[in-house]
Design a protein around this ligand. Structure first.
Ligand code: AAO
Length: 475
């Protein structure tokens, strides 16, 4: 009996760290800005057959419509209500997507924007994706409803009402992040409204949440919201399953707020991972792949079972958020494949693959002035469909990194070696490294480019027991 109680207790404590993916599926993909109709198709035609565990989707709730600049991707991080309707699709399309993806064992993870509503300068009217009325100046969002007293203005102690200094914990959590109206999550009313939104998504069948801007919420407030959440829908998940939680906390060191402050609530995004891996693969600061021998906690990262890892995300692939210039993206395709291949081969962390759309970068003084450009869209602002070419790549300017042969194969490799230990490390003291995953997989990287270095192309044999993943020699 005692043992049983202990098991139950451990089960409850650990639940929100479990990604809830179907057994044998070990990665999720962020289909950034995709339409629900396209995600439903992608689950059926590509993700399920290739062993992807799930999809992180863009925020599904009503957002402000920004027209200057024209329909930026970031308008979706400015909520107006918790109605389900955005450029990605309406409520029916959302439900259809969740049902169809769940039915093929590919689960949906919602990007939940619960720290704030729209920017203080968002104006008023019905310019939101479901047509709800709002008045940002008066902090009035009748479709929730939220009004002035549901925001943190009284609590924030900076003169501007903005976060002015990231070394002041109170400011970071009680003031406005880039002008976004900061919800008073200490109020039970606000917590209940947020939980109602998330529970609606759970009822529809989602498997978990990315909690946007978690650094800007008190860990205890997040916990109070999570405590109000239901278990997952038993149509697809075992009874008693808790939603998977991963919190967006940027901790590169050097600030008082730490990733570990949030471990009680779920996993945390490990931003050091992509920043460091980019530096190594680019060979900046004298870094080389041989140093990756103790990759993971040995590099000062959070514990593997608390980490959500990625090479790039929708922010730092375009200079938002943090990570800096070392971040590798599809723009550096050859090095990017090597980094993603390394991530998927290495046992550390729960892995998320990025899937992007193309835009034209325009650097001025080191800053991409086109960092706002939204998804491929038609003149009326509607998002373009993801079309599939004869060679299985995507059209309409969707990059679909997850469909790149090397990345797709490594998603499968990770499933095949799941649970196997990191073993038999080899390196040449430079940028040629190799390691095994127990007796099920082996991988070789060649990122040296001196004369005579062996050129190898990635391939996977049918049993996926031997994968070579090398870079081409640059003459
Ligand atoms: C837009 C406009 C704004 C306007 C606002 C309101 O761009 O000009 O004021 O609307 O009208 C996204 C976009 C924003 C956009 C927003 C709302 O990125 O540009 O604002 O939607 O539409 C911080 C947060 C982190 C956040 C990140 C972007 O901590 O949570 O900024 N990411 C999430 C989402 C993101 C979204 C939001 C949050 C808001 O993923 O897409 O914003 O919902 C330091 C801190 C970090 C901080 C960065 C950037 O990082 O540590 O916590 O991230 O600064 O401010 C070194 C340091 C590193 C430091 C970095 C940069 O690398 O080591 O720690 O430098 O200084």
């Amino acid at each position: 009996m005692k043992a049983l109680l202990l098991l139950v207790a451990v089960g409850l404590c650990w639940a929100q760290y479990n990604p809830n993916t179907k057994s044998g599926r070990t990665s999720i993909v962020h289909l950034f800005e995709w339409r629900w109709a396209d995600i439903a198709l992608e689950c059926e035609r590509y993700l399920a057959p290739n062993g992807f565990g799930g999809v992180q989707i863009s925020p599904p709730n009503e957002n402000i419509i920004v027209t200057n600049p024209w329909r930026p991707w970031w308008e979706r991080y400015q909520p107006i209500s918790y109605k389900l309707g955005t450029r990605s699709g309406n409520e029916n399309e959302f439900k259809n997507m969740v049902t169809r993806c769940n039915n093929v064992g590919v689960y949906i993870y919602v990007d939940a924007v619960i720290n704030h509503m729209c920017g203080s300068g968002g104006g008023s009217g019905n310019g939101a994706t479901c047509g709800s009325y709002f008045n940002a100046g008066n902090e009035d969002f009748p479709s929730v409803p939220y009004s002035k007293s549901d925001f943190n203005d009284g609590k924030c102690k900076t003169g501007s009402g903005e976060i002015e200094n990231y070394s002041d914990v109170n400011q970071v959590r009680d003031c406005r992040l880039v002008g976004l109206l900061d919800l008073a999550l200490e109020k039970d009313y606000v917590r209940s409204k947020v939980a109602e939104y998330m529970n609606n998504l759970i009822d529809i069948g989602v498997a978990g949440f990315r909690l946007d801007a978690s650094k800007h919420m008190w860990p205890g407030d997040i916990k109070a919201v999570l405590d109000k959440l239901k278990n997952l829908n038993t149509q697809w998940f075992p009874s008693g399953t808790r939603p998977f939680i991963f919190q967006e906390v940027i901790d590169l060191g050097g600030e008082p707020i730490k990733a570990s402050d949030y471990f009680g609530n779920g996993r945390v995004t490990e931003f050091k991972y992509g920043a460091k891996l980019g530096t190594v693969i680019r060979k900046w600061n004298g870094e080389k792949m041989s140093y990756l021998k103790n990759w993971g906690e040995g590099w000062g990262f959070i514990a593997s079972d608390r980490a959500l890892v990625f090479v790039d995300n929708h922010d730092n692939q375009r200079g938002h958020g943090a990570g800096g210039a070392s971040i590798l993206t599809f723009f550096d395709a050859r090095l990017y494949k090597m980094a993603v291949g390394f991530m998927l081969a290495h046992p550390y962390g729960f892995t998320r693959v990025m899937s992007s759309y193309r835009w034209t970068r325009n650097f001025q003084n080191g800053q991409d002035v086109n960092d706002w450009i939204g998804p491929p869209s038609n003149g009326d602002g509607s998002t373009k469909a993801v079309t599939i070419n004869a060679d299985s790549t995507c059209g309409n300017d969707w990059v679909c990194e997850h469909r790149w042969r090397q990345i797709r194969n490594m998603v499968i490799f990770r499933n095949v070696v799941d649970g196997q230990p990191f073993s038999n490390w080899w390196d040449n003291g430079s940028n040629q490294v190799a390691f095994g995953r127990g007796n099920r997989g082996f991988i070789v990287f060649n990122n040296d480019d001196w004369n005579g270095a062996r050129t190898s192309e990635e391939y996977a044999d049918e049993s996926h027991q031997h994968i070579t993943f090398g870079s081409r020699v640059i003459p």
